[in-house]
Write a protein that binds this ligand. Structure first.
Ligand code: PRP
Length: 192
């Protein structure tokens, strides 16, 4: 719940997804993915591989992995997108790559948010080039109507309005990632 006495009350306009709603949604997504990939390890001879994208997906990745009832391995990538700090350009540079061979593996890309879709679109092409058995995407948040490319996201937590949101991994100028809920940032914070 939004706490008017908290340090962030001056900067966050309102909560759009509470900590309880996040917890329930993570459990639901974990159950769906576990059911869909129940046999993936015996299929391929290796565990389902979660690929998280730094930094925003870290909170969701940690919670989502623990909501699964199938064994997984975890990898993280760090990507840098050229362009301004608020818009993606679609040109992506890899700062940290995955460490394992993904050929023949079932992969789930774990994202915090799909905005323009350009980061994910690039990443899916990159991963497909390594011939995995399958690549699916789970994203906690998605802003409908703003995708500039068509990206197949099988598992979505919440569709949210096109507002400046922070918390649960999402930042503004590297702040607010640690908030346990998703909130809308007051415009005066980023219009300073
Ligand atoms: C965010 C988010 C996604 C991407 C989505 O990452 O984590 O990876 O932007 O935007 P898009 O759909 O418009 O491509 P960001 O580059 O802000 O880095 P961060 O996760 O370190 O905050």
């Amino acid at each position: 719940m939004f706490d008017p006495d908290s340090w962030y009350a001056d900067e966050i306009e309102r909560t759009i997804i509470t900590e309880d709603e996040i917890r329930a949604k993570v459990a639901e997504l974990g159950a769906r993915v576990s059911a869909d990939f129940a046999d993936s390890a015996s299929d391929t001879g290796d565990e389902l591989l979660l690929v998280g994208v730094f930094k925003g997906a870290v909170m969701f990745m940690a919670d989502f992995a623990r909501a699964l009832t199938v064994p997984v391995k975890m990898e993280f990538m760090a990507l840098s997108s050229y362009g301004s700090s608020t818009t993606s350009s679609g040109t992506v540079r890899i700062l940290k790559d995955i460490d394992s061979d993904i050929a023949g593996r079932h992969i789930i890309v774990v994202e915090d948010i799909i905005d323009s879709g350009l980061t994910l679109s690039w990443l899916l092409k990159y991963l497909q080039g390594m011939h995995p058995a399958s690549v699916s995407v789970v994203s906690m948040l998605r802003k409908p109507g703003v995708q500039r490319v068509d990206v197949p996201v099988k598992y979505v937590g919440f569709d949210i309005p096109n507002e400046f949101v922070v918390g649960y991994g999402l930042d503004y100028a590297e702040r607010y990632r640690e908030l346990p809920f998703v909130g809308v940032l007051k415009p005066e914070v980023y219009q300073k």
